[in-house]
Design a binder for this molecule. Structure first.
Ligand code: NDP
Length: 323
């Protein structure tokens, strides 16, 4: 157990956190970045990235994050692996406690804790989670080579995951609660022209079916309800992927930072500043609209520049008081 003080602490190592680290390091602020269980953030569970500017060829999400991390370390960021379990932003310096027992204090904090996949909340979904029910096609798709699977959702993530799964599975049933997808048109065209995809429109997942003969449970099928006719149909398959959006990782800051009704941190207009001076938020944790790696990197840069300005002003005030 130790206690260490830092001028700038960055929480989270996705595109936002690493960009904030690169900028604060280059400003000579010697930042420390603390990452939890998923270093690199959500980009590490994607495969092909075709829309990050600067790379005309398809690149891989995990590779891009490795490059960003190498760049952040190269310019002087200290990386620490610890799960922060407690944050006290009411006192100064701000105080964070890791599950290692270590205590980290800082003058400026940049929160880049990102977001994570949402679940439907059904009992059968939970029962088979990790045994045929997944929220990450790119992580688990490989296990469904030659098998049938389903994807729930109608946004970009669901469509990308369904298309990706056709590389492995023999058939992908896409369950969407409406008769129109939310995903962008280009992706929709790719999806709907893929012969391995079968659309189950106006439908919801009613139950994941499975069995347990050996040591592990396994998925054997699903029940799907048509919301217009109320008809329930049973389908045989071996994997169900849930892709219905994300939840921001903000539990740590309940009652301390302002959040919207979905839990996203609220920042001031055209700024990453939260209502607590010295605490900034960047990336998916404060963005429920764009949620792109490039926008996360953009707000990470903004947070770094704002933290730098905040610290310079703090130092000037302290100097004036001392004189
Ligand atoms: P979205 O919020 O865009 O979509 C969620 C989907 O899940 C919607 O179709 C929604 O249905 C459905 N849904 C939500 N809750 C339920 C529920 N309880 N039961 C059934 N269906 C449900 O999330 P995504 O993760 O797809 O995307 C998040 C953001 O990331 C978006 O801004 C997206 O554009 C972006 N993104 C961009 C990518 C890219 O540019 N390559 C790739 C992936 C994501 P309904 O439509 O009826 O609301």
């Amino acid at each position: 157990m130790s206690s260490q003080h830092h001028k700038v602490l960055i929480l989270g190592s996705g595109a936002a956190g690493l960009t904030a680290a690169i900028y604060t390091a280059r400003a000579g602020l010697e930042p420390t970045l603390i990452h939890g269980m998923q270093p690199g953030g959500q980009m590490t569970i994607t495969t092909d990235v075709e829309n990050y500017p600067g790379f005309p060829e398809v690149i891989q999400g995990p590779w891009l994050m490795e490059q960003m991390q190498a760049q952040a370390e190269g310019v002087g960021t200290t990386m620490i692996s610890d799960m922060i379990v407690e944050a006290d932003l009411q006192t100064r310096p701000f105080k964070l406690t890791g599950d290692s027992g270590d205590v980290y204090t800082c003058d400026a904090l940049v929160v880049c804790t990102g977001a994570q996949a949402k679940w439907l909340g059904m009992e059968s979904e939970q029962k088979y989670q990790g045994f045929g029910v997944s929220a990450c096609a790119t992580c688990d798709g490989f296990f469904y080579r030659g098998k049938e699977v389903a994807v729930v959702g109608g946004g970009n993530t669901a469509v990308e995951e369904a298309i990706y799964l056709t590389n492995h599975a023999t058939k992908v049933k896409m369950i969407h609660r409406r008769d129109e997808l939310r995903a962008e048109k280009l992706l929709q065209q790719r999806l709907l022209s893929n012969p391995k995809i079968e659309m189950l429109w106006d439908s919801t997942l009613e139950e994941v079916l499975g069995k347990q003969d050996g040591p592990m449970p396994e998925v054997t099928g699903m029940k799907v309800r048509n919301v217009k006719t109320d008809e329930v149909t049973e389908h045989d398959l071996e994997g169900v992927f849930i892709a219905i959006g994300h939840k921001p990782n903000t539990d740590l800051f309940t009652d301390q930072l302002e959040m919207d009704e979905e839990g996203y941190l609220i920042t001031q207009p055209d700024s990453t500043a939260t209502k607590i001076p010295g605490v900034f938020a960047a990336g998916d944790v404060q963005d429920n609209k764009f949620r792109q790696a490039v926008t996360a990197a953009g707000t990470g840069c903004m947070a770094a520049l704002e933290a730098e300005k905040y610290l310079a002003e703090m130092e000037a005030t302290e100097q004036a008081a001392a004189e």
